[in-house]
Design a protein around this ligand. Structure first.
Ligand code: HAM
Length: 414
């Protein structure tokens, strides 16, 4: 679990604000839900035999003896909240959330125990057009942040429950015969969650899979048609993708479309964004059958990627435009000038020197502050109703400006 220090928070704010503005342009609305839910909600939605539920949840008993879990993901919480407040009754919803998620994984670069996601969920729309819309939305986020050249979209269809079941049986039958060649994790998954074996990074397992049955051959007609139409829509929209028949997701609620944005810039933790369709989940959690599709984008991975490919805009760590140096008995006048400037110049970022210090000392702070300009106010300036302006980053002579002119002068400057 990480602290976010002031030197990095500007990057996070830039990323979050860019994403929020894009979500607004697609008219998605924010939903907020608690950071913990009843444990049962995650067991029922993510699935009892997934890594998340088996090994990774932060679960505890509260004072009433109720079992609660820090949310490992947002989709289940979002469905719970929508159902509880009747948001899915005879209507569509386009929603987003942003915040911390918790998984007790082995930490490494790009993988943390508290991490942050932006999640997008669209409810009540059955056709592949909404799948395409959220893929376009995710593509735009990556493009506008400058990551487009470093990510690849992989898509797959994992069919309906019946087709997955017959595929699972065929896959298990094939792999059982070569069980000793499977890695340890995959051997265990053979009985618990065989489709996750397709995801294995082990070379020997991947080699075995080359001759294994292919999910596509077991896919139901509706899923096939949905996937074909999605590809047509993505082609028409100019979105590049790869079909990856081994892409299955780590959560049980998916069916039909599954996708991931992956990068080769982050080592092992290569998935920046993952999602898909989960038409069965609302009903499974007690609501009326409601088609749904969404994604989760990992913000740590996104920030790491932008840093790695140097896509962070310059000047992002500049926190102030002006530093007000106040020497001598002028605290009252300095506070007054600072407030006046904040009133009159919207968006002006101004630091007023507090805590005293001599001229040299304050100027040093001004220099460190990232401000472009220092305003200097001493007893002499107050008496003459002027302010001295010193340029901190440019080779320009100091100027003396009448107090009555200072707003106009600074408006032109910042
Ligand atoms: P997920 O694939 O488990 O899906 O997570 C989505 C993204 O969260 C990942 O692609 C990754 O970028 C990030 N992520 C996951 N675990 C960690 C971690 N330990 N450290 C850092 N980043 C991580 C979901 O959570 C689904 N709820 C997505 C979804 C929404 N599907 C439909 N709607």
């Amino acid at each position: 679990m990480n602290d976010l220090l002031p030197g990095d928070s500007a990057i996070w704010q830039y990323v979050e604000n860019t994403i929020k503005s894009i979500l607004q342009r697609y008219a998605y609305q924010e939903i907020r839900f608690p950071i913990m839910e009843s444990t049962d909600l995650f067991k029922r939605s993510i699935g009892e035999v997934t890594d998340i539920v088996e090994k990774e949840m932060y679960t505890f008993e509260d004072r009433n003896g109720d079992s609660l879990t820090l949310r490992p993901e947002g989709t289940a919480c979002c469905v719970r909240a929508c159902e509880e407040h009747g948001l899915l009754y005879n209507q569509t919803q386009r929603l987003w959330y942003m915040g911390p998620m918790f998984r007790h994984e082995r930490p490494q670069k790009g993988r943390y125990r508290q991490f942050h996601q932006v999640g997008v969920e669209a409810f009540g729309m059955e056709g592949p057009d909404i799948d395409a819309e959220i893929l376009l939305l995710s593509a735009r986020i990556l493009r506008e942040l400058g990551a487009a050249d470093f990510v690849t979209l992989q898509i797959n269809s994992i069919g309906d429950a019946a087709s997955r079941n017959s595929y699972k049986a065929a896959l298990v039958a094939h792999l059982e015969a070569h069980k000793d060649q499977l890695d340890e994790d995959s051997q265990r998954r053979l009985t618990t969650n065989p489709m996750r074996i397709l995801d294995s990074k082990e070379a020997s397992t991947q080699a075995l899979l080359n001759n294994a049955p292919v999910l596509w051959d077991y896919l139901d007609e509706a899923s096939r048609a949905h996937f074909e139409q999605l590809k047509i829509l993505l082609d028409a929209a100019g979105i590049k993708y790869e079909v990856n028949q081994r892409l299955v997701r780590g959560l049980d609620y998916y069916g039909k479309t599954a996708f991931e944005w992956v990068t080769d810039k982050l080592g092992a933790q290569s998935t920046v964004c993952g999602g898909g369709r989960y038409d069965g989940l609302v009903e499974q959690l007690g609501g009326r059958a409601t088609p749904a599709v969404g994604f989760g984008m990992g913000l740590e991975r996104l920030v790491l990627l932008l840093q790695e490919v140097q896509a962070i805009p310059e000047g992002i760590n500049q926190i102030a435009d002006i530093y007000l140096v106040a020497v001598g008995d002028v605290q009252k006048e300095a506070l007054h000038l600072a407030e006046l400037l904040r009133n009159e110049i919207p968006n002006l970022r101004l630091i007023n020197n507090c805590g005293g210090g001599n001229f040299k000392n304050q100027l040093k702070k001004a220099d460190k502050s990232t401000a472009k300009v220092a305003l200097i106010l001493g007893e002499d300036e107050v008496q003459k109703s002027v302010v001295a302006v010193k340029f901190l980053r440019e080779d320009q002579p100091q100027q003396i400006i009448a107090s009555s002119e200072i707003i106009k002068f600074l408006k032109n400057l910042v």
